[in-house]
Design a protein around this ligand. Structure first.
Ligand code: MG
Length: 384
């Protein structure tokens, strides 16, 4: 019997998917989790395993990006996938013809461990196959017409993962023998008369499929910020809030246009990015910013946030004013702010409240605003 040392194992990483179910505009394997892409995390695990060659089955549209990301890894080859997973595996098997064992793995399972990969390879050498699978932890029921019928005994149920590792000649024969589309290689192997052997997998070896899989990894990339501002209401000044001039007998006093909402928003953004506040960046002693539109300042702040490596998650702001009624203007404010931040209007929310005639706001001496925002560590050029 051969040992791991004298068999040639090719790891076939299926990377030809799209971001559709994750709602990404790009292939999910190119998504960053922390400082690395899903693809790099997967490649790292395989580079540390007993696999001697790495074959990436890709979508031609991703070729340039994948080439760049995989360049630091040794023995990597690229081949084009097909329209379905089955077609991609078939193409991969053609390109992998010089190996004894092939480990087929979803490129979007970045948390696989080298030891699990090795266990499937060892099983394939010994038994012909090694299929990573974990025992089902959920109760699985049979249903009919929307009604639950009965539980299926849990001890018989396994959730199948990848890698699924096979003797090359056997899996090649299996794919030659079947027609149609399959989502699971062990099924094709089984249909050809071979017996798929389970290797106890890892619960952490998840496949990134839906938006929530990605959302789970967001916190390490997200930063929150908060901003607050208040300006005095005086006669003879226009009232500018969120870049909109609002008809009122009084306006806010300040060095710039005194747009208190935009000031709070800018401070929230700067705070989240760990940058100095607007009082430092745009001091009221600077003649150049006298009477300036705060929308212009917001554009400058957006540029600073982008340079610092962040994209906007969302902003939530509150305006505090006894008068005038602000509700009719909220949508315009959101639109103005989102235009300057090159964000979608849904990323910015503004609400308004009175203070029930209490304090300086309630006595109509001033208007205040507070804002919180979330920034996401950006790896792309989109957004701010
Ligand atoms: Mg201010």
């Amino acid at each position: 019997m051969k040992s791991c040392d004298d068999v040639r194992t090719c790891a076939m990483l299926l990377c030809a998917g799209t971001g559709s179910r994750t709602k990404l505009a790009y292939n999910k394997i190119l998504h960053y989790i922390g400082k690395k892409t899903v693809l790099e995390l997967t490649l790292e695990a395989f580079a540390q395993s007993d696999a001697s060659d790495l074959l990436l089955v890709i979508n031609p549209a991703d070729e340039a990006a994948i080439k760049e990301l995989s360049a630091p890894y040794e023995n990597v080859r690229l081949t084009y996938g097909g329209k379905t997973r089955t077609e991609s595996v078939r193409n991969g098997l053609k390109a992998a013809s010089d190996c004894d064992v092939v480990a087929i793995h979803d490129g979007a399972r970045p948390f696989v461990s080298p030891s699990l990969i090795n266990a499937t390879i060892a099983s394939a050498i010994k038994h012909g196959s090694g299929i990573a699978a974990v025992r089902s932890t959920d109760t699985v029921k049979e249903a009919e017409n929307g009604n639950l019928k009965k539980s299926i005994p849990r001890e018989k149920l396994w959730n199948v993962q990848t890698p699924q590792t096979f003797l090359f000649e056997q899996i090649k024969k299996a794919y030659n023998d079947v027609d149609g589309d399959y989502t699971d290689d062990s099924e094709v192997y089984s249909l050809a008369g071979f017996t798929p052997k389970i290797v106890e997998g890892e619960y952490g070896n998840i496949k990134i499929t839906t938006e929530s899989d990605l959302f789970g990894f967001m916190p390490e990339k997200a930063r929150i910020g908060t901003g607050f501002d208040v300006h005095e209401l005086v006669e003879g000044r226009p009232l500018v809030l969120g870049g909109t001039v609002i008809p009122h007998e009084k306006g806010l006093l300040g060095h710039s246009d005194a747009d208190v909402l935009t000031h709070a928003v800018m401070d929230a953004l700067l705070s989240a990015a760990g940058l100095p506040d607007i009082g430092v960046l745009f001091p009221d002693t600077d003649k150049a910013t006298e009477g300036i539109s705060s929308m212009v300042l917001l554009e400058r702040v957006a540029e600073k946030i982008k340079t610092a490596g962040y994209a906007l998650g969302n902003i939530s702001a509150v305006l505090m004013a006894q008068k005038p009624k602000l509700a009719p203007h909220i949508q315009t404010m959101r639109q103005n702010l989102s235009n300057k931040l090159r964000a979608d209007v849904t990323q910015i929310n503004v609400s308004a409240t009175t203070t029930e005639h209490l304090g300086i706001i309630g006595e109509e001496k001033g208007i205040a605003a507070s804002a919180v925002c979330m920034l996401i560590r950006s790896e792309s050029e989109s957004g701010i």
